[in-house]
Design a binder for this molecule. Structure first.
Ligand code: BTN
Length: 239
């Protein structure tokens, strides 16, 4: 994967056959500029303390490390990975569910987990690529690139396209600020017509996203800015 090394932000690629979690591995390594990827994860981590189902050889499990810390990385990563997936599936509508689930036809094709340790942030990305069967509840909630397009994808190619888009959007953020990222999110985010609940279980409407990366919501006619990540919709509603 030489292309990645020329991208500036990524200076080292670590290819693993098996790991507990690429995020855990990358955070333990403790340096920026890594791209860690693995064929399988034995303890893949999801958001909100969940596990990330990580079957062998079928999907992308990758983590990129960056410094300095930036609380808007989850949104930057979300819009970057969405663009990457759309470029792989030109005729599909690919959306972002707040803050960074990537969704096709109402099902999740990719999840992103950003974790920080000291000055290092790990951006962990799991993309469902060639998987076709899902255990239990995931059958209704997960979808893969192959299920959408009826063709196999190269795991290397998907990894490269994701890494390229991530590096490109982080450069955009560093050179032009959050404005272009906000615009991209407003263009592709699932913002209208969804049942959205705040942390108190009240139904609300997403109106906007601030330049600090916080959601602006309307609850019963009142405008609120959410500083953390307490909005849920769809399959996160029960959490
Ligand atoms: C989510 O819950 O939607 C986030 C899932 C993130 C999964 C990826 S797979 C690669 C990286 N390593 C992990 O342990 N988790 C992330």
């Amino acid at each position: 994967m030489n292309l990645l090394k020329s991208k500036g932000l990524i200076t080292e690629v670590i290819d693993l056959a098996e790991v507990d979690s690429t995020n855990q591995y990358a955070l333990s390594a403790g340096r920026p500029g890594l791209l860690v990827r693995s064929r399988v994860q034995t303890a893949g981590r999801g958001r909100r303390g969940r596990t990330w189902y990580s079957s062998k050889g079928e999907n992308v499990y990758m983590t990129v490390t960056l410094t300095p810390p930036e609380e808007r990385y989850p949104i930057i990563a979300g819009i970057a990975v969405r663009a990457a997936i759309e470029s792989l599936l030109p005729n599909q509508s690919v959306a972002i569910k707040w803050p960074n689930d990537i969704v096709i036809s109402g099902k999740k094709v990719c999840g992103i987990l950003c974790e920080a340790r000291g000055a290092i942030t790990a951006i962990g990305i799991g993309v469902n690529v060639n998987q076709q069967a899902w255990p239990g509840e995931l059958e209704h909630r997960a979808i893969s690139l192959k299920q959408v397009s009826q063709r196999n994808f190269s795991i290397d190619e998907v990894t490269e396209v994701i890494a390229e888009n991530l590096c490109r959007w982080i450069e955009v953020f560093r050179s032009r600020g959050f404005g272009p990222i906000r615009d991209e999110f407003l263009c592709h985010g699932m913002l209208e017509g969804y049942d959205v609940y705040n942390d108190k279980g009240h139904r609300c409407t997403i109106i906007d996203i601030t330049i600090d990366g916080h959601l602006v919501i309307d609850v019963d006619g009142k405008r609120n800015i959410l500083v953390h990540e307490p909005v849920s919709l769809g399959w996160d509603k029960d959490v």
